[in-house]
Design a protein around this ligand. Structure first.
Ligand code: F6P
Length: 323
C-alpha cells in the first residue's frame, strides 16, 4: 500500500441509525492524522458521477444524534457493471482518492472488493439495522432499530391487553431473524417466527397461544421476521383457529429511522476511528468487525465468505420464557 493521502467515505445500501456518528468518526480521525477527507454523496452512484465534497471538522458537526445518513445512500445497479466500476475509478483518480471507506452491508462490500481489485484501498464498516453481516457480531443501527421495535411492542401490548387480542408484528431483518428474536425475548412474545428456523404454524404459533389461554393469558404477541413474511395471512389463520381477535402490524420503515442509541453512537465512533487507524497502519481491503466483543479488521474476501447462523440458545430461551 502506497502513501496514504486522501480518503473517500460513502454510505451505501439501506440507511441505519448511527451511520452519521460513524461518518463523523471517520472524518475527524482522518483529519486528525492529516488526511484529506472526501465525502461521497449517494453511495456508489455519487462516486461514479463525482458527487463529492471535501469534508471539514465542521461538516460533520451536529450530526452524531441524527438518524439516516447526511451523505445519503443508494443501491446502484450501474455500479455493478464493468463500465460503472471504471467510471468510479476514473472519478477517484480525478479526486486523487487513494482509499475508500464504505459504510454499509454485505452487498456494499462486494462493490468495495471489486474496486480493491482495481487498485483502490478499501475498508468496509458494518452499517445495517439487520445485523446480518456474517463476519461481525454487531452492526451499526441494529441496537437503535431493536429499541424502536421494542417501543412499538410495548405500545401494541397496551391495546392488545385492553381488547384481549392477539397481535402479529412483522419486523425487518431481510433474510435474518436477529431483530425478531431479540425483540421477541425483550417484548415477551408468545411465539417468534424466524427464517432460520423452520416452523409449523399449528405447533409453533397456535399451540402456545391456546396453551397460554388455558393457563389464564388474555392477550398474545407473535413476532414475525420479514424473511418469513405473511403477517396478514398468519393473523387470519390465528383468528380462525383460536377465535381470538387478531391484528397484524407490519412495522416497516420506522425501524430504519430515528436518533441513534448510545450503543450505536459509541460503536459507530469506535469502528469509524478504527477504520482510519487500520488504513494508517498500512492495512487495506479489510472489513471492520466485532468478534468476541472486540473490534477487529478482517480480510475482505475471507469476511465475505464467512457464515453466521442464528443463535439457537436465544430461540430456545424465547420458547421457554413464552410460557
Ligand atoms: O437492510 C435494511 C432493510 O431495511 C431490510 O431490513 C429490508 O429488508 C430492506 O432494507 C428494505 O430495503 P428497501 O429500502 O430497498 O425497501
Amino acid at each position: 500500500m502506497g502513501e496514504l493521502k486522501s480518503i473517500g467515505v460513502l454510505t451505501s445500501g439501506g440507511d441505519a441509525p448511527g451511520m452519521n456518528a460513524t461518518l463523523r468518526a471517520v472524518v475527524r480521525t482522518g483529519i486528525y492524522y492529516g488526511y484529506k477527507m472526501l465525502g461521497i454523496h449517494k453511495g456508489y452512484d455519487g462516486l461514479m458521477h463525482g458527487d463529492i465534497e471535501e469534508m471539514s471538522l465542521r461538516s460533520v458537526g451536529d450530526i452524531i444524534q441524527r438518524g439516516g445518513t447526511i451523505l445519503q445512500t443508494a443501491r446502484s445497479a450501474e455500479f455493478a457493471t464493468d463500465a460503472g466500476m471504471e467510471k468510479a475509478m476514473n472519478i477517484a483518480n480525478v479526486y486523487e482518492m487513494d482509499s475508500l471507506v464504505v459504510i454499509g452491508g454485505d452487498g456494499s462490500y462486494r462493490g468495495a472488493k471489486d474496486l480493491a481489485a482495481r487498485g483502490m484501498n478499501v475498508i468496509g464498516l458494518p452499517g445495517t439495522i439487520d445485523n446480518d453481516i456474517s463476519c461481525t457480531e454487531y452492526t451499526i443501527g441494529y441496537d437503535t432499530a431493536m429499541n424502536t421495535v421494542l417501543d412499538a411492542i410495548d405500545k401494541i401490548r397496551d391495546t392488545s391487553y385492553s381488547h384481549e387480542r392477539c397481535s402479529v408484528l412483522e419486523v425487518m431483518g431481510r433474510k435474518a431473524g436477529w431483530i425478531a428474536i431479540n425483540c421477541g425475548i425483550a417484548g415477551g412474545a408468545e411465539a417468534v417466527v424466524l427464517p432460520e428456523n423452520p416452523f409449523d404454524i399449528d405447533q409453533d404459533i397456535i399451540k402456545p397461544i391456546i396453551d397460554g389461554r388455558n393457563r389464564g393469558k388474555k392477550h398474545y404477541l407473535v413476532i414475525l421476521a420479514e424473511g418469513v413474511g405473511g403477517a396478514v395471512e398468519i393473523a387470519k389463520y390465528i383468528e380462525e383457529k383460536t377465535d381470538i381477535v387478531t391484528r397484524a402490524t407490519i412495522l416497516g420503515y420506522i425501524q430504519r429511522g430515528g436518533s441513534p442509541s448510545l450503543m450505536d453512537r459509541v460503536m459507530g465512533s469506535r469502528m469509524g476511528a478504527f477504520a482510519v487507524e487500520t488504513l494508517r497502519a498500512g492495512r487495506s481491503n479489510r472489513i471492520i468487525a466485532v468478534q468476541g466483543g472486540k473490534i477487529v479488521d478482517l480480510d475482505i474476501t475471507e469476511a465475505l465468505n464467512m457464515k453466521k447462523g442464528m443463535d439457537m440458545e436465544l430461540v430456545e430461551l424465547s420458547r421457554i420464557l413464552a410460557m
